[in-house]
Design a protein around this ligand. Structure first.
Ligand code: F6P
Length: 534
């Protein structure tokens, strides 16, 4: 089980507080100038995969050793072992957290309640890979005997963001004869627009929902089913055109999807960590089983990396520690992720759920309100687009926040001149943010600099590299949650709004008098009802 330690009571935290008073005055310009060897000491290179450079951070050797001490006092390595061993570290839901087992090629049993989770994961993976290949090869046919050309994933949150981001990221590796669509929103325009683009005879619907009770997903799934039956004029078509990805076999059966067409997973896979499970099916169909296995392996190798490397060579630990430094000691309220890669245009959206649903918590592991900030706002957009939108704020705004710059040395397209331009911007931005321009003819042109950045430079954005990239962030999020003494794997904060929506829905649709609400909600409800009467 995870220890319940208030991080502010550790020696390292207290020392970091004192240290931060001086460190506030450090400038990256001086740090970079004072030590020409700074890069040599502050980067991690994973051969033929990626380079992580943390030279441009407002830290000294003392900062880093205090952060390392904090990690030791908070026992982050012990916590990782608890996770990997399958202890029920998601205490408020009484669940283990074993998404790492889904990408673990090792065959030694890993037991949870007497069951070997590695073996379970492998057998479900095999079923999914076989199915994906059958769709890709055309062996799996539609109700009218046609090849599938459209795949529609209906799911939301973790049952959408991971596969959607990964399908976009790995487009160059995908079978272009298949188009993968994603429908998430309960706003009917999402499904409506998708239905305009697909051919009912050649469309496979994937209903992705861990619980198979999520309002948005079930509404879209039911509507898609009715639409298909109406289009094909035969209720039997559901058997060939619908599959489910879910832990809730009963509900899947009630919906009308047979057991063989349900690709299962387990309660020890959190929604936002589920892209490695059968939730990855749309990706697997898009890129094929070999590439999907490579995606899993890339993540597994990061699991081994973070388990075994010392702090100063451990990328997720460094990412987590630097984030804590800015959040808790230098007052940063947000963290920006800037992929200079159009294929990663959904990466920040994916990370938003992974990070903010995990660490957006104000209650510690003992049930007390924390008296220190926990997870920051995470946001981002691809470069160079962001440069023409919000970078003004990054360079000359009044807040200083850490940024992750991500790019690949080799592009996945043949336009090499474009890539040189992209990378020149990529390098120029982190340099400009760090050094600024202290003197100018007017104050309006002054750049203070001292804006910290990490650089994550992939060799190229392959399935293996994407798996590794996601896993780096997953472990970062985990370590931060451990240090903040919060539970990172529950999400009670999404419940209240859902409950209230269930009360409001019949009131919105019905004629009866309204229940008790605050004056604003009642007035808005009445307003909508009055305007939708006829
Ligand atoms: O919005 C909360 C949430 O529970 C997420 O954590 C989850 O990823 C999403 O809803 C979807 O849940 P499900 O896969 O059960 O439909």
């Amino acid at each position: 089980m995870l220890k319940k330690i208030n991080p502010t009571q550790t020696d390292a935290w207290k020392a970091l507080e004192i240290h931060s008073q001086n460190a506030k005055h450090l400038h990256l310009r001086d740090l970079l100038q004072a030590d020409p060897q700074r890069f040599d000491k502050m980067h991690v290179h994973l051969e033929s995969l990626l380079l992580f450079d943390y030279t441009k951070h407002r830290v000294t050797e003392e900062t880093l050793s205090l952060l390392e001490q904090l990690f030791t006092e908070m026992d982050v390595r012990g916590a990782l072992q608890s996770q990997l061993r399958g202890e029920r570290i998601n205490e408020t839901e009484n669940r283990a957290v074993l998404h790492t087992a889904l990408r673990d090629p090792r065959t030694e049993p890993l037991l949870l309640d007497g069951e070997d989770v590695r073996a379970l994961a492998k057998s479900e993976l095999k079923k999914m890979l076989r199915f994906a290949e059958a769709v890709r090869s055309g062996r799996k046919r539609s109700h009218t005997g046609m090849r599938f050309t459209h795949i529609v994933n209906i799911g939301i949150g973790g049952s959408d963001l991971g596969p959607r981001m990964a399908v976009e990221a790995l487009k160059p590796f995908s079978d272009r004869a298949l188009t993968v669509h994603f429908v998430a929103n309960v706003d009917g325009s999402d499904l409506h627009e998708c239905l305009q683009k697909i051919d009912p005879e050649t469309t496979l619907f994937i209903i992705a929902s861990k619980t198979f009770t999520t309002q948005e997903t079930m509404a879209n799934a039911e509507a898609a089913k009715s639409w298909l039956i109406q289009q094909l004029g035969d209720a039997q078509c559901v058997e060939k055109h619908f599959v489910a990805l879910s832990t809730n076999h009963e509900k899947v059966a009630t919906f009308g999807i047979s057991k063989k067409n349900n690709f299962g997973f387990w309660d020890w896979v959190g929604g936002r960590y589920s892209v490695w499970s059968s939730i990855g099916l749309p990706l697997c169909i898009a890129i094929g089983s070999k590439a999907f296995e490579s995606f899993l392996l890339g993540a597994h190798n990061i699991d081994l990396h973070t388990e075994n490397q010392p702090f100063r060579q451990n990328i997720p630990m460094l990412m987590a520690a630097l984030g804590i430094w800015y959040r808790n000691f230098l007052g940063a309220t947000s963290h920006v992720v800037l992929p200079y890669d159009q294929y990663l245009h959904r990466f920040a959206a994916f990370l938003q759920q992974a990070d903010m649903e995990s660490n957006g918590k104000f209650v510690d592991r003992s049930g007390n309100a924390v008296d220190y900030p926990t997870g920051p706002i995470l946001w981002g957009e691809p470069g160079t687009n962001g440069q023409h939108a919000f970078y003004q704020w990054l360079h000359q705004g009044t807040e200083c926040l850490p940024a992750d710059f991500i790019a690949s040395v080799h592009p996945q397209h043949p336009l090499h001149a474009h890539h040189a331009k992209l990378l020149s911007n990529f390098l120029a931005q982190t340099k400009a943010l760090a050094l600024g321009r202290p003197a100018a003819d007017t104050a309006f042109k002054v750049f203070e600099g001292n804006r910290p950045t990490s650089t994550l430079l992939l060799d190229s954005l392959t399935p293996y590299a994407l798996g590794a990239l996601i896993a780096l962030y997953e472990h970062k999020i985990f370590y931060q949650g451990v240090v903040w003494n919060i539970f990172s794997f529950d999400q009670w904060g999404v419940e209240l709004g859902k409950e209230m929506a269930n009360v409001i829905l019949p009131e919105l649709e019905g004629e009866e008098s309204l229940g008790k609400h605050d004056s604003s909600t009642s007035a808005l409800l009445e307003y909508i009802r009055a305007r939708t009467k006829d």
